[in-house]
Design a protein. Structure first.
Length: 569
């Protein structure tokens, strides 16, 4: 087993988080025959988000580290909210993150017959009963953590009556919400989850896999541990909100397990991010109300949204490794995630030129019909990335913000009478400013020093400013979408007095319709391509992009300006 390959110091394995240490200890003790099997159990009722990515990295990662296996099991116990679209998206997200479940794809619905049989057995043993009360009545009778619950008036029905009613529930004879099957445990237990929890409820919506076979569906607490057992899962790793559920998990599992094999539940902290909501219900609300452009909107914290925005699997996994796994809840700064994204993109993104707010520059002493090609380095971080050529001509575009008519001190960009270097090309000097009838600057007239191109005698002449640019004659118009954080409040979940939709950032998307791109970008804009628009940020082609209408998403700015703005505010 892989545990032998991990260096151990003072009885503890080096570099392991507390979950991995527990797994290592179980394997060393020979529990479950020295076998390791984990599972990732998503509900197919929405798209996965960055919090699920942390669970995926744990569930699949610990199996990889210790030579075990990890199953993908869809927790499809509520057909009202489930959809095949979600199943397909979950598969895609897990593969994109770099994990694979092989032939071990399962569904809770695979075990509906065994779960039903177990429920029947518990009824026969007097451990479960049918309750005719409404969910509101049951909730009232549960009591509080400091006061005991009240027994249902239907708690002592006969085994025969309970069996008859349960079978008729599944036959569709009763309305939804009219009856439930409850475990008969202890209405005075200090653990609220032991106060006769609901095991089955009536749902008449057809299931995406089983159709109309079933009219009763198991609750999570009853289905989950049993599904783990049926599958041979040894370690059920989940987040901290399930700590209080663990005794019930163990209670139900022990109806099946023995000393030779029993699944074990271990909990770790959830991934919470600033300026983000992680509630699947709220994310669905944003989608349904059209407040975002779908589950894969690049502003969403979904894995598909991050993929579309241009995040990389490596950056997400590196971020998760950085924040780690603990037993304490924390709110992680989204800047840490963005730093991981920048770090990875800096290593792999191709450097190119794009001007988002173009200002035309006419180089008056450059021949009108002349076109040169200059050589651009693709990525200084990667010696193997090579170079590409870029056209240079008499008329170019620079960023409007790179010129000021009356600049302050230490403004090292272009101004009347000043010089700058055009990256990869010549030094130019601003000679004249052209304005329209309203006084707006529309064009600059400059001269160039022909001796300052690479290889020329003046190529080493120094000036303080270097600008990016694009040849006007060769520029390709493109739509550019500048994305920012979806919420303007650091911790939306803590703002309990406000509707979360009121906290949306109105500047989370800004669209530029006529950005100017060098031709190389559009010629190499296959899906997933990563570019650094020099001095602007990291960008990727959007799924809507075509050669006729290029569309690019800003993955992230070159620097984190948000935190500085918030501190100044």
């Amino acid at each position: 087993m892989a545990t032998e390959e991990i260096e151990v110091n003072d009885g503890r394995a080096k570099g392991l988080n507390f979950v991995e240490e527990e797994v290592r200890s179980d394997l060393a003790a020979g529990k479950n025959g020295g076998r390791l099997s984990t599972r990732f159990p998503p509900e197919p009722n929405g798209y996965l988000h960055i919090g699920h990515a942390k669970a995926i990295c744990m569930d699949f990662g610990v199996a990889e580290k210790f030579g075990g296996t990890c199953n993908l099991r869809f927790d499809d116990t509520n057909p009202v909210k489930e959809d095949v679209e979600y199943v397909d998206s979950i598969r895609e997200d897990i593969h994109w993150l770099g994990f694979d479940w092989g032939d071990r794809e399962y569904y809770a619905s695979d075990y509906f017959p065994q779960l039903f049989d177990l429920a029947v057995r518990l009824i026969k043993e007097g451990k479960a009963y049918v309750d005719d009360q409404s969910s509101e009545e049951i909730a009232k009778q549960k009591g509080t953590p400091t006061t005991p619950g009240i027994e249902s008036p239907f708690r002592n029905r006969s085994v025969e009556e309970n069996l008859d009613l349960f079978m008729r529930m599944n036959a569709g004879e009763f309305d939804e919400g009219s009856r439930v099957l409850r475990a008969k445990i202890d209405m005075t237990s200090p653990n609220m989850h032991f106060r006769d929890p609901i095991m089955y409820r009536i749902i008449k919506t057809p299931h995406h896999r089983t159709g109309t076979t079933w009219k009763v569906y198991p609750m999570y607490d009853f289905a989950h541990g049993q599904s783990d057992y049926f599958e041979g899962v040894t370690h059920s790793i989940c987040t901290l909100e399930f700590v209080v559920h663990r005794p019930l998990y163990e209670y139900f599992v022990k109806e099946l397990a023995d000393e030779s094999y029993c699944p074990r539940q271990i909990e770790f902290n959830r991934l919470n991010l600033t300026y983000t909501v992680m509630s699947k219900r709220k994310l669905l609300q944003l989608v349904k109300e059209g407040l975002v452009a779908g589950w894969d909107d690049p502003r969403m914290p979904t894995i598909s949204g991050m993929r579309r925005r241009g995040y990389t699997p490596a950056s997400i996994r590196n971020f998760i490794d950085t924040i780690g796994y603990t037993k304490y809840e924390a709110l992680n700064s989204v800047s840490l995630l963005e730093h991981a994204v920048r770090d990875d993109l800096n290593r792999i993104a191709t450097r190119v030129m794009a001007v988002l707010n173009p200002l035309k520059v006419v180089i008056t002493n450059y021949p009108e019909d002349k076109v040169e090609t200059v050589t651009m380095e693709n990525n200084p971080e990667d010696p193997e990335s090579g170079v590409h050529e870029m056209p240079f001509s008499r008329e170019i575009f620079i960023e409007h913000d790179d010129f000021m008519e009356n600049p302050p001190k230490k403004f090292f960009r272009l101004a009347p009478g000043s010089e700058v270097r055009l990256k990869g090309a010549y030094i130019i000097k601003c000679e004249d400013v052209v304005k329209d009838s309203d006084g707006n600057i529309v064009e600059l007239h400059c001269t160039y020093d022909p001796e300052t191109l690479s290889g020329m005698p003046g190529a080493t002449r120094k000036v303080k400013g270097t600008l990016h640019w694009v040849s006007a004659k060769h520029a390709v118009d493109a739509e550019v979408r500048l994305y920012d954080r979806l919420f303007e409040v650091e911790n939306p979940a803590a703002e309990t007095e406000r509707d979360f939709r009121e906290m949306l950032n109105p500047e989370s998307l800004r669209v530029i319709n006529h950005a100017k791109l060098e031709p190389f970008i559009v010629a190499n804009m296959e899906r997933g391509a990563k570019f650094q628009f020099q001095r602007v940020g990291y960008f990727t082609p959007d799924y809507d992009s075509t050669p006729e209408h290029p569309v690019f998403n800003r993955t992230i700015a070159l620097k984190d300006t948000w935190e500085k703005v918030q501190k100044k505010g």
